[in-house]
Design a protein around this ligand. Structure first.
Ligand code: AMP
Ligand code: ZN
Length: 474
């Protein structure tokens, strides 16, 4: 398949380094607050990537980290640890905060039908390995110690900036005046590998013993350590959001490649942002919605997933309630198709022409996903197939097969059983209509609607459907 590689800024032919086995690492969440639907977009697109690779017969080993220490509020080593901030905000221990938001993250993944990574690994369980790597980098002259921290010296890694393509001089931004900077830091772009429990961090809750005294690891080192520990020194694909590109991922490369002398990652896969009114959805802007918020407005998680798939992963997606409602309506239509197909159980012998037609849909779908995950195109193939004259049972097989990549839970779609109470009201209404008592018929229709169902008249009977969940206005 073809995949865009941020490292080369090109769509390249992707093949794994070893046979049909793919090593995939994803930067996971910092568990200090709720996972929002912006994060979820990134994780859904990673899931689609993984499902696509599996559909082409690859075996994927997927590792994701959980950041529960060391990620400061400023990516430039400024501010405080996000976990400590979360603990202050909700008045609990950092460990409780990490547990609660990790659980919420997992719940979000499950709701969105995202396959849980094979290994979900916590930073706090890998501090020993982190100190070992920092020790190695220090011994080999890539890192230095100050009174406050151990830093990676970016001038010692000749390829620094190869991912972001920012020249080092540009990266050496002037530190903002109001921000505290360690006076012993050699270059402003140097980043912390280890923070000592002194000065601004003297009361930091999470701390470990190390060759540099009591302290805690910086954020970037965890991903180098966990990726190399579980997947090897060079991995096939590393994923994350575009905000990680210029600092976090650049720093991961510097640490890992300095330590091993080998390429760290073959393909870098970056997801574009989910925006709200043109701005990145983020906690600091106060414009976040969780999957729960979306569900409260009558939009199913599968409809949210459909909304994500309608935009290519390298394009920004502007979230609006109108777009979410339209996605729910599209998902309702999809459900109606699937329910209708499920009712047809008679399998017919397929003509050569029909077999060719099915194959052509299969091919078009495979071509779309193999072309750097053109999911909007893949969805169009699915809708075309649904509208086609392929016999029902084969059509169902085909779209269920597509769904192994789309993850829209088509197999779980079932017709909702209409309760007897509603059926009785509908029958009464038929009688009223037969007697030309349209007033009663109208009252009964309203009652049926109030109870959440829609009634459509046929010549001498009726069709009842659960009322589509009409999402409330924002
Ligand atoms: P964090 O917990 O901030 O490290 O973020 C977890 C993942 O979500 C990272 O890969 C981020 O790049 C990604 N992310 C954060 N905000 C958004 C957003 N608004 N849209 C898409 N991805 C995001
Ligand atoms: Zn990372």
């Amino acid at each position: 398949m073809k995949l865009y590689n941020t490292l080369t800024r090109k769509i390249e032919l992707f093949t794994p380094a070893h046979d049909r086995k793919i090593t995939l690492y994803s930067c996971g969440p910092t568990v200090y607050d709720y996972t929002h639907i912006g994060h979820a977009r990134t994780y859904t697109n990673t899931d689609v990537l993984k499902r696509t690779l599996v559909s082409f017969g690859y075996k994927v080993k997927h590792v994701m980290n959980i950041t529960d220490v060391g990620h400061l509020t400023g990516d430039d080593d400024t501010g405080e640890d996000k976990l400590e901030e979360g603990a202050k905000r909700i008045g609990k221990s950092v460990w409780d905060v990490a547990k609660a938001y990790t659980d919420f993250f997992l719940k979000t993944l499950i709701e969105l039908n995202i396959i849980i990574p094979d290994q979900l690994v916590k930073a706090t369980n890998h501090v020993k390995e982190m100190t070992q790597l920092i020790k190695q980098l220090s011994q080999e002259g890539f890192a230095y110690e100050t009174g406050e921290a151990v830093y990676f010296d970016v001038t010692r890694f000749k390829n620094y900036g190869k991912l972001s393509r920012q020249p080092l001089e540009e990266k050496i931004q002037k530190a903002r005046k109001e921000v505290y900077v360690d006076p012993q830091k050699r270059n402003p772009a140097d980043f912390a590998l280890w923070f000592k429990r002194v000065g601004r961090f003297s009361s930091h809750t999470m701390h470990w013993d190390s060759p540099w005294g009591d302290g805690f690891p910086g954020w970037h080192i965890e991903c180098s350590v966990m990726s190399m520990k579980y997947l090897g020194e060079t991995i096939d694909i590393h994923t994350g959001g575009v905000d990680h590109l210029s600092v976090h991922h650049e720093n991961e490369i510097a640490q890992s490649e300095s330590a091993t002398g080998k390429p760290f990652v073959r393909f870098w896969f970056h997801n574009e942002f989910l925006l709200v009114e043109g701005q990145k959805m983020s906690k600091s802007l106060g414009n976040i919605y969780t999957v729960d918020d979306v569900v409260k407005k009558g939009i199913e998680p599968a409809a949210l997933r459909l909304l994500y798939l309608q935009t290519h992963y390298r394009k920004q997606l502007n979230f609006t309630w109108e777009a979410a409602r339209a996605a729910q309506e599209a998902y309702n239509r999809l459900k109606e198709y699937v329910i209708a197909l499920c009712k047809e159980t008679q399998r017919t012998t397929l003509s050569a022409e029909k077999l060719k037609q099915i194959d052509s849909y299969r091919q078009k779908f495979a071509d779309a996903i193999a072309n750097d995950l053109q999911m909007p195109q893949a969805l169009a193939v699915m809708w075309d197939a649904l509208k086609s004259n392929i016999p029902a049972t084969d059509k169902l097989d085909l779209v269920v097969n597509f769904d192994q990549v789309l993850g829209l839970k088509l197999k779980d779609i079932k017709e909702e059983k209409i309760p007897k109470e509603i059926l009785d009201l509908a029958k009464k209404r038929v009688q009223a209509r037969k007697q030309n008592d349209f007033e009663t018929a109208d009252l009964l229709r309203k009652e049926i609607q109030r109870k959440g169902y829609r009634i459509e008249d046929t010549e001498d009977s009726f069709v009842l459907k659960p009322k589509p969940k009409i999402p409330l206005q924002k």
